[in-house]
Write a protein of this length. Structure first.
Length: 217
């Protein structure tokens, strides 16, 4: 009985440490790249976190993070820059629209821009986890993320709500900012893994050195 209790506390302490370490690694690697490496850092975070959640964890958290960061750097950075550029274009058009005097059509354009912005949020919440765990090109990763986020909309929205709650807590308690992405990455991975299990029923059986195949039609 005592050993069981000690094991539970040990597992809890280990999980807390891993969340803090993941958050710190994400912050460090993102800052070292002056923000441009945020995409690769997020992919590496999801690689580690989803394997922890699906019980296929690597022995060394830092090594697993670094390996995923290196292997997916180019793809993740391209996707990140695409999302940033498209987001800027949407934002710029929303700011510019009131000054164009387009009449009634401006309302339709605004609705279209808000729709694109919503889809950007949905895709961004999934795409780096897709890159982390599935073998595919940049275009296919974006297409798959779009399909997953919209097909499993309730889980995707729950994931985004989780992000807002964690960010609120982080700004309320600034000390949490250092490892906030570790908290989000770990807990959001429960939603992500659940979606991935629907895509590939054998998702949890994949070894640590092999990525899944995207099989959802």
């Amino acid at each position: 009985m005592i050993n069981f209790a000690e094991s539970k506390w040990y597992n809890l302490a280990t999980a807390i440490w891993e969340v803090i370490a993941l958050g710190f690694l994400w912050t460090l690697f993102s800052l070292l790249g002056l923000g441009i490496t945020m995409g690769a850092s997020t992919t590496a975070l999801y690689y580690v976190a989803t394997k922890k959640v699906s019980k296929k964890e690597d022995d060394y958290l830092t090594k697993a993070f670094w390996n995923s960061f290196k292997e997916n750097f180019v793809q993740s950075t391209i996707v990140f820059l695409i999302l940033v550029v498209v987001s800027f274009v949407v934002w710029f058009n929303l700011i510019l629209l009131p000054y164009l005097n387009l009449g009634g059509i401006s309302f339709l354009i605004r609705l279209a821009l808000f729709f694109v912005a919503a889809q950007l949020f949905l895709v961004a919440s999934v795409v780096f986890a897709v890159i982390a765990r599935f073998e595919m090109s940049v275009f296919n990763a974006l297409k798959a993320a779009f399909a997953i986020a919209n097909r499993h909309l309730l889980m995707t929205i729950s994931n985004l709500i989780l992000l807002l709650v964690i960010l609120y807590l982080a700004f309320s308690y600034p000390v949490v900012l250092l490892f906030v992405m570790g908290i989000y990455g770990y807990f959001s991975s429960f939603f992500i893994v659940k979606m991935f299990r629907k895509i590939n029923p054998n998702f949890d059986e994949i070894s640590n050195n092999e990525n899944a195949q995207f099989t959802e039609e």
